[in-house]
Design a protein around this ligand. Structure first.
Ligand SMILES: Cc1cc2nc3c(=O)[nH]c(=O)nc-3n(C[C@H](O)[C@H](O)[C@H](O)COP(=O)(O)OP(=O)(O)OC[C@H]3O[C@@H](n4cnc5c(N)ncnc54)[C@H](O)[C@@H]3O)c2cc1C
Length: 307
């Protein structure tokens, strides 16, 4: 209820201190080995800690500035663990098109879909935000994993945006026709003012094949009206990539869960080695699922490591 992330850190630190746990910060672990039944955890400056149990919770690769730059995969892999392909998830999409600079910052409530081989493979609704590279916003982040995975496989991926998703195509065409009939001499660009964000109007009309934006609407052909309707309800963009690790909130892929006991989070390969959080090949959608996973798996790993 406090809406402060630091509250979580405070209560965790309080419990650690109550339990007399030693906390060592600013310590980069560069190697973990096993010798004489003990783990040796080696710090970058050469110091070595020995212990009976190790919990690897180094995070994934998303937002490396936060410290989780993927080096944990190397630690796990050197201990024999398989790492599945990793790619950024909950991330913005970069789209093909030369007009994004002009509509950067435009926000609208609509539906976004990932289209692969002419089929919709992921869909979400909410606030979509245009940026100079493409699109952002909650629905884009939600569907980005599917797009990212297909792109990684070398597939062609398209994004479909419906910016008038509260009505059907037919209803929108009717609405446009009525608007155009009421003011037949209005320039086509002005006739859309009030219906969609003003900055989108010239781009939408150009995309619909209407170059002269000052033409009176009475002169629009049936095909041109249909063209405007199509862009407003089914605007297609080729996806050229995801924004990458520095902007991603989550990592898809990671330590293969087949080698981890789900009841204890213990490695099936090395007794006494446990995993928690993003380092594992588990990721969720927006909505707190990733933090929940980090805490739940951390709790299970902690309980079992302490047995
Ligand atoms: C901008 C952003 C917004 C997000 N918003 C949400 C949200 O609203 N809801 C949600 O559920 N999830 C959200 N997430 C995802 C969520 O933060 C992560 O899934 C979660 O923090 C993963 O926890 P973790 O403990 O596994 O890893 P991390 O939180 O990444 O922690 C790993 C730690 O290990 C340290 N480390 C790495 N390697 C070493 C090493 N060799 N030696 C020593 N230390 C090392 C790192 O410095 C880091 O401190 C967001 C992520 C980002 C980037």
């Amino acid at each position: 209820m406090s809406d402060q992330a630091s509250s979580i850190l405070d209560v965790l630190r309080y419990e650690l201190s109550e339990l007399g746990v030693t906390v060592i910060c600013d310590a980069f672990i560069q190697g973990i080995t096993r010798a004489d039944g003990k783990f040796c955890v080696e710090l970058a400056e050469g110091k070595v800690y020995r212990g009976d149990r190790v919990i690897l919770a180094t995070g994934g690769k998303a937002m490396p500035a936060s410290g989780s730059d993927g080096n944990g995969y190397e630690l796990a892999s050197r201990l024999g663990h398989r790492i599945t392909d990793v790619f950024p998830a909950l991330v913005q999409l970069m789209l093909e098109g030369s007009f994004f600079k002009r509509i950067e910052g435009v926000k609208l409530a609509g539906t976004a879909e990932v289209i692969h081989r002419n089929k919709s493979v992921a869909r979400d609704r909410g606030d979509i935000l245009f940026a100079n590279y493409g699109v952002s916003g909650p629905p884009i982040l939600q569907i980005s994993r599917v797009a990212g995975e297909l792109l990684k496989q070398g597939e062609e991926v398209y994004l479909k945006i419906n910016i008038m998703d509260t009505m059907s195509k037919e209803e929108l065409l009717d609405l446009l026709k009525r608007r155009f009939q009421t003011g037949p001499s209005k320039p086509v660009d002005f006739s859309l003012v009030g219906l969609i964000n003003k900055r989108l109007i010239p781009v939408v009309l150009k995309e619909a094949g209407i170059d002269d934006l000052t033409r009176p609407v009475a002169n629009l052909s049936a095909a041109e009206k249909q063209g405007i309707t199509d862009i407003l309800t089914d605007w297609r963009f080729k996806v050229r990539g995801t924004k990458g690790w520095s902007s991603a909130q989550v990592t898809a892929g990671g330590v293969d869960t087949g080698d981890i006991d789900p009841n204890s989070m213990e490695s099936r390969l090395i007794k006494g080695l446990f995993f928690a959080g993003q380092i594992m090949d588990i990721d969720g959608q927006c909505g707190g699922f990733n933090l929940q996973w980090a805490w739940t798996s951390g709790y299970i790993a902690g309980k079992n490591a302490a047995l």
